[in-house]
Design a protein around this ligand. Structure first.
Ligand code: FAD
Length: 341
């Protein structure tokens, strides 16, 4: 069989990282990315990019932990290299604070982030409305630079990228041997997945260079995440809302909530508002499927549905998707050599 031709549909953090992992595990593959949008116009560009996992109820915890560990180790190595600034990856320390003690004092990822500990009474004095807190150091991606860095690496390995909206994965069967579906919320229409739904998120990106520590309310709704150039203030979680228009009332509400956690934010400047649709699902869809029509077959690998945690898990799920692509190619090679006998 000649160099296997693989199409990756989608150019958010999941599509780009999956294409990179495929090139790393199968350098003889010819990989093409097809996407109707590229950075800076994807959901991934809107994200805060913090590595703090959200739990997927339908995925075993040990699997989620493995995905997070792999992602953390990958980005930690970048943060510790000369590439860190271009890739927009940096370490950040801070606090997750709770109004009441959570049922689970030690989250499953507490031994993956660095220096996880419970907050001291002295630290909690900074948050008079909160009674319990966790302090740790994690990684943050500045999302548009990270996506551009991934694109640059892909181009350097010979991956082609084309702007194209795919209406049906089957339309790719005559051009490619394997198709990888990383369409994010677009997968709802692309493969008719009724279990996938949008969770709208609105965030503010502000200039507040004096803020160095992250602060996250344990309910996950209000957060302050300092990046290299801007601080992300969040947020909202609106299930089944498809609106991409910023809502001015929500902007004020987010700003007020963040100022009550960190009063110095009243001096923040240059407020920009962004909206994105988290591709949410009971579990990430990470599996092989074989499409067939009229006796012809097209192996597909799905990798979508990362909800609120695409950055936290991307490298782990990309590695698994690349492994599944390898299985598809091995199966194709097996059937083509059987056909020659
Ligand atoms: P996307 O980035 O949406 O990419 C999908 C790609 O598929 C796009 O390029 C799109 O154009 C393409 N596509 C879709 N349909 C088609 C089609 N039919 N044909 C061709 N191309 C198609 N996660 C974290 O881990 N940490 C955070 O701090 C964090 N903060 C967030 C804050 C907000 C406000 C939001 C909205 C999300 C946040 N997330 C965070 C979640 C994260 O953004 C997502 O999980 C992640 O971006 C999903 O990536 P994706 O590549 O699957 O989707």
């Amino acid at each position: 069989m000649a160099a296997p031709k693989v199409a990756v549909v989608g150019a958010g953090v999941i599509g780009l990282s999956t294409a990179l992992c495929i090139m790393e595990t199968c350098p003889s593959c010819s990989v093409t990315i097809l996407s109707d949008q590229f950075s800076p116009n994807t959901t991934s560009d809107v994200a805060a990019g913090m590595l703090i996992p959200h739990t997927y109820p339908g995925t075993p915890i040990h699997v989620q932990k493995q995905w997070f560990k792999e992602t953390f180790a990958y980005l930690f190595a970048i943060s510790n290299s000369a590439e860190a600034s271009e890739a927009g990856i940096h370490l950040v320390s801070g606090w997750q604070v709770f109004k009441n003690t959570p049922e689970e004092e030690l989250p499953f990822w507490s031994d993956v982030v660095l220096g996880f500990r419970l907050m001291s009474e002295a630290e909690l004095q900074k948050f008079p409305q909160h009674r319990f807190g966790q302090a740790f150091m994690t990684l943050k991606c500045d999302c548009p630079p990270y996506l551009l860095w991934l694109e640059k690496r892909l181009k350097a390995t010979g991956v082609q990228m084309y702007t194209r909206k795919v209406a049906d994965l089957w339309e790719l069967h005559s051009e490619y041997n394997v198709v990888v579906n990383c369409a994010g919320i677009g997968a709802q229409q692309l493969v008719g997945d009724k279990k996938l739904f949008p969770v709208r998120g609105q965030v503010l990106k502000v200039r507040a260079p004096w803020l160095k520590n992250f602060i996250r309310d344990g309910d996950g709704l209000t957060y302050i995440y300092p990046g290299i150039h801007r601080v992300t203030l969040g947020g909202t979680r609106e299930k089944e809302s498809w609106s991409l228009s910023p809502d001015p009332g929500t902007t004020k509400d987010i700003f007020d909530r963040c100022c009550s956690l960190e009063p110095s934010l009243r001096g923040a400047q240059d407020i920009k508002v962004k909206v994105g649709l988290r591709p949410s699902r009971w579990c990430v869809r990470l599996q092989r499927e074989v499409l067939s029509q009229g006796g012809l077959k097209l192996p597909v690998v799905h990798n979508y549905g990362h909800g609120a945690g695409g950055f936290s898990m991307h490298r782990g799920t990309a590695k698994e998707a690349a492994r599944l692509v390898g299985e598809c190619i091995a199966a194709l090679q097996g059937s083509s050599s059987r056909a020659k006998l």
